[in-house]
Design a protein around this ligand. Structure first.
Ligand code: ADP
Ligand code: MG
Ligand code: ZN
Length: 633
């Protein structure tokens, strides 16, 4: 390319980048507008005294109005007494969770239904309980044999008869199941199959046909229903063939379940499954009882463990919780540190032997251990209702992961806290870990953005991430941003960006790679004297420097540069796609920062006081770590 041509391309790129910037701002504005309109609409609806759904859930579907749907929250159906009884006696549960009763009543009434509900909230009960309360059996399509086995084990433990057919079923077993399908004396209530079986086994289809004609096929549940759609994230070709079920058995109600499906994915599933007019129930991602908070970790003196132990001994005295850490080594050391400070903690990670693991789990479940200091290996099968706090000693690798891990708090719907410690260096520790994952970096940056954010409600960040329409009223000051209000300032960091970019550029020209730590130190004037003379150093505090570098990474002025050796992966910073924009005189960059200067702090203390009545009045802005941030930028 000649240089004129290159200039043209560069100019074109600049203008596209600038336009993208504008679009991004417009999107942010529109999202805000959407939130405020949604909340206005709700107020107006309330004034009309139209009974509308709670913030927990919304129902839709062409065949039914909201008022009609409301009826299904009642317990005056012919099957209601039996449902209650079996919920308590068989499933040993005392109450329904949001949307469960509605979904079950709809399905018991013979309606086709899509149920969208976050993982761990109890979708399975919505077909297991109807199965127990209906004649004949429920057909459950599940994508994974392991999921099937989990459910069979659970059902066995509560004495509900269930069987399965999959590729590893023995001939005898399959023969018995197929025979029992049409036997009115057959004991099983649920039949689990993989989609492959439906697609490939003519014998199974013909037995289902017979069972249907004999009135023994009471319900069809399609778990992880988003697998039908190519637009979803887990497309499974065999799910495409499940339309045969509704075509062959039109009178049997179908229940599709998923944790993650946007409207367009559901539309697609509806078409593929040949469900004419399903009702869609969507549980909100909003866990109203959880308080979300981000605390900053200081790279100079990481006293997060002292902070955590103080929290556990004071605010969470005698309460159960989890501390999630980055690595197995961290699990051991953080646990030992906490023990040293008098906390009843135990480590948990994948590398422990199975007996030790189950012992820790058991002791924690029975409150003999207060805190488990765990890697994400502590997840599967964790179902303790009264977890009052989930503290992340290190950020999660994505918002999805964070939502799931922190979501183990407050399953009993009572208040609980989700606190994450956000440290600059942790970003790069995780980055090198997820480097091989498809879109791993991108997902990590969503988590970093969640933490770095100071002006948007934490819930709204999560909701927007999950494609949910957010309503400003939905938080109720149950996150640090909402509780402590607009305590941030917008600062122009254009000059800072130029200084940092110059440092990275200079290193590049010297054939040198800089780690984030090196960039930080160079900018703060701690690098070699030779370099100090060639760059513009800063007097900003370390936390400010780290926040700015993080922001430049998030905004694409810097980007990651990995280098691999057989033993380890190194993380360096290089110029990002937007760095050339800084050459443009009129280009400016801003970022929002927490305002935590001394004077601002005085104001905040009084704000906190007025809100003392609530739980978790403490916040990061008052922690010793962030007090160090100066205001004058
Ligand atoms: P999902 O499929 O939505 O991810 P599951 O059906 O596997 O969730 O349920 C997760 C956990 O929630 C299970 O351990 C289940 O026993 C529990 N659970 C379901 N419904 C209730 C309820 N009404 N009350 C208490 N626990 C429940
Ligand atoms: Mg499930
Ligand atoms: Zn909020």
């Amino acid at each position: 390319m000649d240089s004129d041509n290159a200039d043209d391309v560069q100019a074109g790129l600049d203008s596209v980048e600038a336009e993208l910037e504008v679009v991004k701002l417009q999107i942010a504005e529109l999202l805000e507008k959407q939130a405020s309109l949604t909340s206005k609409r709700k107020q107006l609806l309330r004034r009309l005294e139209e009974p509308c759904d709670s913030t927990q859930a919304s129902g839709s579907g062409p065949a039914m109005t909201k008022q009609e749907l409301l009826r299904y929250e009642n317990d005056d159906f012919s099957w209601s007494t039996e449902l209650e009884q079996n919920l308590k006696d068989v499933f040993q549960l005392s109450t329904f969770r949001p949307l469960q009763l509605k979904a079950i009543n709809l399905s018991m009434s013979g309606k086709d239904l899509f149920l969208v509900m976050p993982t761990g909230r109890g979708k399975s009960l919505c077909y297991q309980l109807p199965a127990v309360c209906s004649e004949g059996f429920t057909l459950v399509v599940t994508p994974l044999v392991s999921l099937m086995e989990d459910q069979l084990m659970y059902l066995k433990s509560i004495d509900v008869e269930a069987v399965s057919l999959n590729a590893s079923s023995s001939k005898e077993h399959a023969k018995m199941v197929l025979a029992e399908m049409t036997d009115s004396k057959a004991p099983f209530k649920l039949l689990y199959v993989t989609p492959e079986k439906i697609a490939k086994s003519k014998l199974l289809m013909s037995r289902l046909e017979k069972a249907y004609n004999a009135g023994r096929l009471s319900r069809i549940a399609v778990d992880e229903v988003h697998c039908c759609s190519q637009w979803g994230h887990d497309f499974r070709p065999d799910y495409k063939l499940l339309g045969i079920l509704k075509r062959q058995f039109p009178k049997v109600p179908l229940l599709g379940l998923t944790a993650t499906a946007t409207g367009s994915v559901l539309k697609d599933c509806q078409k593929i499954l040949c469900v004419p007019e399903p009702i869609t129930l969507t549980a909100s991602f909003n866990r109203t009882n959880l308080y979300y908070e981000v605390r900053l970790k200081d790279s100079n003196s990481d006293d997060s463990v002292s902070d955590i132990s103080a929290l556990i001994k004071e605010r969470y005295k005698d309460q159960s919780g989890i501390v999630y850490v980055f690595s197995q080594k961290d699990a051991e050391t953080v646990s030992a540190d906490l023990q040293g400070k008098g906390v009843n903690a135990s480590p948990y990670h994948a590398n422990m032997n199975p007996e030790d693991k189950s012992q820790v789990h058991r002791k924690w479940a029975t409150n003999k251990i207060q805190v488990v200091v765990a890697t994400v290996a502590f997840g599967m099968g964790i179902d303790k209702a009264d977890v009052r706090f989930v503290i992340h000693h290190t950020i999660s690798k994505s918002i999805e992961n964070y939502y799931q891990e922190s979501g183990r708090a407050g399953r009993d719907d009572k208040p609980a806290d989700c606190i994450v410690y956000f440290g600059f260096n942790d970003i790069f520790r995780i980055s090198t870990m997820v480097v091989m994952e498809n879109v791993g970096q991108q997902k990590l940056l969503t988590m970093v953005d969640y933490c770095q954010n100071v002006d948007r409600c934490r819930r709204s960040v999560i909701a927007v991430h999950f494609d949910e329409v957010w309503d400003d009223e939905g938080c109720n000051e149950m996150c640090d941003v909402c509780r402590h209000g607009n305590d941030y300032i917008t600062v122009d960091i254009t000059q800072h960006a130029k200084d940092v970019v110059q440092i990275v550029e200079l290193a590049g020209s010297l054939d040198e790679k800089l780690t984030p730590l090196k960039v930080t130190e160079a900018w703060m004037g701690k690098g070699p004297a030779k370099r100090r003379k060639m760059i513009q150093t800063t007097t900003l505090s370390r936390l400010e420097v780290e926040a700015i570098i993080t922001s430049l990474l998030l905004q694409g002025y810097l980007s990651e540069d990995f280098s691999f050796t057989p033993y380890t992966t190194y993380f360096y910073l290089k110029l990002g796609g937007k760095a050339p924009l800084l050459k443009n005189q009129s280009h400016s960059i801003t970022m929002k920062m927490r305002r935590t200067g001394l004077d601002a702090n005085t104001v905040k203390v009084s704000q906190v006081k007025t809100k003392e009545g609530k739980r978790s009045g403490d916040n990061a802005a008052n922690s010793p770590v962030t007090k160090k941030v100066k205001r004058d930028l």
